[in-house]
Write a protein that binds this ligand. Structure first.
Ligand code: GP9
Ligand code: MN
Length: 674
């Protein structure tokens, strides 16, 4: 202890007694380097995200400049200028490129997007359209300043004066330690949300705002390299496993009552944000939370045991699995890191095998989840994003344009597309029912209390789950309006509608405990030893995350509830059979042909009609009391789940579908040559 106190005293003494004047007078060039680069980084935020007074990104920028700058002391005084110019050039380049990119795309540059950016930005075109602005190049002052200052120092014989006084070893360690300390101070202020966004890396504007431009770019570099490195090794092994898997398991769609039933119909997909079956089942005072979805589920085919298989890419992961019948990667998001691969998708099959016009609509910024690129890669002809909609203050709920307004504005666009280009496959991505469900006054009247004998008991009022129900109620009535508007335009007549909940709403378990165990007398929860107490354990919570899937046509010809366990990857093959398509690489199953199914989750858990298996703890819950579960069942299902996860991951990382198709083409050409 005493040793520690002495140590700190020592450091304190060193800081107090440090000769700052001598340091500054013999270190002028380095100080100029630090300050000028810091000004550039701050100026970049001034022109883009506007948070130039924020301390956090300033600390992060300073730390990076110190860390990179510290290596200057490995060079002799006269050589130091060259090193500082190289680093200054890199830092300035980062500022110029990001500023240009922001002017053009309203976002920041990413190594993983370089190839696209280069093809999209035609420099000549950019000049003509006046996108190149003076402010984008203002950062170059730093290099000019460093040059002029260097000449000044040379003329005033500064190097001869400062050189002998410079203890380079000491300065190197001192500067590097200062950089680490400043960075540590910065990281102490980083919240868990900020960390999680840093690891996902797609919300680029947020990252520059919070972490400054240099940390953002470094993180981006590592993420892009990570994706590249992952694919450098193990290709042959992955390709072999891929072929073996498909030799044994290639999907063969069998004829059933639904085969080709929807062939030639328009396909309208509705991505119902954060909608859980728990909300569809729920009523308050005799009024269902989601009356319209309940009506649709009774009129159409309702898959009541359906689960999203999303990982950290949430919405985008579900879009991916829905479209491709592949599972998401467990680290990061396919839409951000692996969007530029060749995937087989429902969109492409409909386009290529049946001549559909493929469209997506989402009133949020097209950069969100990298959808501008991701949607092209999924096979959409056109993506109507925020720019295609009139968004004003009054019409905003949560993340952006309200669902009601979104639907109102998209209907004429869809009609126009239909009249011009014929049958369509269109995906509408909803937005309002997104966490944190806080804008309760915008959701319309819906009480989540208990009304009894002229009294009201608060029940779920003012809880997150209660607010969620109100929000779902809003989304449900938006859907009702959409169907009316589409019908008025004749757009439902020859259309099959598919609605899916994209993932659960990540609601607190304690709110479900309250929902199940409300004691109105004490406006609280039954005690655990009360016989009426219903527990919500890990498995109950997981099973409750199920989301709706409804396939509906206006003539209500098909009404049925399918209770087979099903995941997002089963949608594409199921729909493919109904639409007369022939997928080759689907990892899911046509659910209409199955009695039971294994639904793998990205964390290794899986579900069948009989059990839910927790792979981390090697524990399971029996859902069907009549089922006989033995060790073999567990082993067999574990194998199915893990081989699907593995093949899917390899397809994504190594771009195996593209390479397989290339090999096939080569084989064909060789065959023809002979
Ligand atoms: C964003 C919306 C929500 O545009 O799709 O994304 P999420 O947060 O659910 O992934
Ligand atoms: Mn979502």
């Amino acid at each position: 202890m005493k040793k520690m106190t002495n140590h700190f005293k020592n450091i304190k003494n060193k800081i107090v007694n440090f000769n700052y004047i001598e340091y500054a007078s013999t270190n002028r060039q380095f100080i100029a380097f630090i300050i000028s680069n810091l000004i550039n980084a701050t100026m970049l935020r001034f022109f883009t995200v506007h948070n130039y007074f924020a301390i956090k990104p300033l600390l992060a920028d300073l730390a990076i400049i110190l860390l990179f700058g510290s290596f200057v002391y490995l060079f002799k005084t006269k050589k130091q200028f060259t090193y500082l110019m190289v680093i200054s050039f890199l830092f300035t380049l980062i500022c110029v490129v990001n500023s240009l990119y922001y002017t053009y795309y309203m976002s920041f540059a990413s190594f993983s997007l370089i190839a696209v950016s280069l093809t999209v930005v035609d420099v000549g075109d950019a000049v003509i359209k006046n996108v190149l602005q003076f402010k984008d190049f203002i950062f170059l002052w730093q290099l000019i300043f460093m040059l002029i200052y260097h000449h000044h120092l040379k003329k005033t014989k500064y190097y001869e004066f400062a050189g002998p006084k410079e203890n380079r070893k000491k300065r190197f360690t001192g500067t590097i330690i200062s950089g680490v300390v400043v960075y540590a101070l910065f990281f102490m202020t980083v919240t868990s949300v900020e960390f999680s966004r840093l690891s996902k890396q797609w919300n680029r504007e947020f990252l520059v705002t919070k972490f400054g431009v240099y940390t953002y770019q470094l993180n981006d570099l590592f993420k892009s390299l990570d994706a590249k490195f992952n694919t450098l090794f193990g290709y042959d092994n992955a390709a072999k496993k891929f072929r073996e898997y498909y030799e044994e398991n290639q999907i063969q769609l069998q004829k059933n009552a639904y085969t080709n039933e929807f062939e030639g119909k328009n396909v309208l997909i509705i991505h119902a944000e954060s909608t859980q079956n728990a909300a569809i089942r729920q009523s308050f005072n005799g009024k269902p939370v989601a009356p319209f979805l309940n009506k649709l589920k009774d009129e159409g085919i309702y898959f009541s045991n359906f689960y999203a298989q999303a990982s950290s890419g949430t919405s985008s992961d579900s879009e991916f699995s829905f479209s491709t019948s592949l599972l998401p990667v467990t680290n990061g998001a396919v839409a951000v890191s692996y969007w530029n691969r060749d995937y087989e998708s429902l969109q492409k099959l409909l386009k290529e095998q049946k001549g559909y016009n493929t469209l997506s609509f989402h009133a949020n910024n097209g950069e969100f989840w990298n959808r501008n690129n991701f949607h092209k890669s999924l096979g959409y002809n056109k993506f109507y994003s925020k720019n295609s909609f009139d968004v004003d203050e009054e019409n905003i709920i949560g993340l952006g344009l309200s669902d009601k307004e979104f639907f109102k504005q998209l209907t004429p666009k869809l009609k126009k597309e239909y009249d011009k280009n014929g049958k369509f496959m269109a995906t509408l991505i909803m937005l309002s029912n997104h966490t944190p469900f806080a804008e309760v006054d915008k959701y319309g009247e819906f009480d989540v209390d208990i009304k009894e004998d002229g009294k009201s008991y608060p029940y779920m009022e003012d809880t997150k789950l209660g607010n969620y129900f109100k929000s779902v109620h809003y989304a449900d009535s938006a859907l009702e309006e959409l169907f009316k508007e589409l019908d008025e335009q004749g757009l439902l007549d020859n259309t099959v509608v598919v609605i899916y909940g994209d993932h659960d709403a990540k609601l607190p378990k304690s709110d479900f405990v309250r929902l199940n165990n409300y004691d109105k007398e004490k406006d609280g929860v039954y005690s655990k030893d009360d016989e009426r107490y219903k527990e919500v354990d890990y498995f109950d919570y997981e099973l409750n995350r199920s989301v709706p899937l409804i396939i509906w046509t206006k003539n209500k010809q098909y009404n049925k509830t399918v209770t087979t366990a099903m995941g997002m990857i089963d949608v594409m093959p199921t729909l493919s059979n109904m639409l007369g398509l022939k997928p080759k690489y689907a990892l899911g199953n046509d659910i209409m042909n199955l009695k039971d199914n294994v639904v793998p989750f990205p964390n290794g858990n899986w579900l069948t009609n009989d059990i839910y298996y927790n792979s981390q703890k090697d524990e399971y819950k029996v859902i069907n009391p009549n089922a006989v579960i033995d060790k073999d069942t567990i082993t067999k299902n574990n194998d199915i789940a893990s081989s699907k996860l593995e093949v899917s991951n390899d397809i994504i990382l190594y771009d195996l579908i593209k390479n397989e198709n290339q090999d096939e083409r080569l084989d064909r050409v060789e065959g023809e040559d002979q």
